[in-house]
Design a protein around this ligand. Sequence first.
Ligand code: MEV
Length: 305
Amino acid sequence: MAPQRAPDNAAFAPGKIILLGEHAVVFGHAALACPIERGVYAWAIPANRSQLVLPAGTTTSQRQLLQRAARRAFAVAGYPKLSVRIHWTVPVAMGLGSSAALSVAFVRAILGREGTPKAVERLALDMEREFHGTPSGVDSATSARAALLLFARGRARRVRVAAPLNFVVVLTGARAPTREVVAGLAERRRRIPAQSARFLREIGWLAREGAVAARGGNVRLLGELMNVNQGILNALGLSSVALESAAFRLRDAGALGAKLTGAGGSGGAAIGLFATRSQAVRAARMFGSSGFATQYTGAPARTRP
Ligand code: MEV
């Protein structure tokens, strides 16, 4: 029997975690973001019109948003006669880059082999605007390149790692949409502009120092920087009881550093950085179905299932 081969229009794109720099990146400072092993699969098959088929269980508001974003991409691609199916392995609306991963996988599926990496990233960011208004672009760049990136002002630099990075992701519950959390920070910036600017600048520096630590294999320092970043995010009103508690539990379980990831606010996900894969897997078990381990080795990206 001939070996099974994925069709040309099948695609995969990973979700992401931000190790350092969320929110500050919206204001032009640096962020350090890493792809995770979970993501979004998309399959396009010939049909008599452009169509996005969403999995059962997608809420009405998610459905409306996703269909709007898909229409935007279909229009740019010249309304290809394709029906696109989606399958998520990354938790949705938890700050793990599910909308960016969906955008990248969707665009790869509709453009097929003709989708150059640049074209995929550009169109995926366009879809992201439908979800988040004014995204910094860090989520779609990390998903499209599937690499640890130091990102600032729309420019991404790949950070090569000296050793694999091992994480536990903990889901703490539903949160407000990213655009609302970002708007909440804008309000705080109006109230205490000088202090907010200082905090955000410091976060950007932490991201740059974190990139150097990751490149040199200094995971202990990277963890310390994550802890400092979490303190600043909390000071800016971006954390919650659930996120703080997850961060403390992760540190108690041996994490070298722990913080919220993504927009934060009332919920979403926290991450812990661990010295080894086995420590991360053991710690993830403590969180039952709300926790999972993920590793970044720096190996070349997989874009087709
Ligand atoms: C990205 O996951 C989270 C924020 O930094 C928004 C953005 O970068 O667009 C809060």
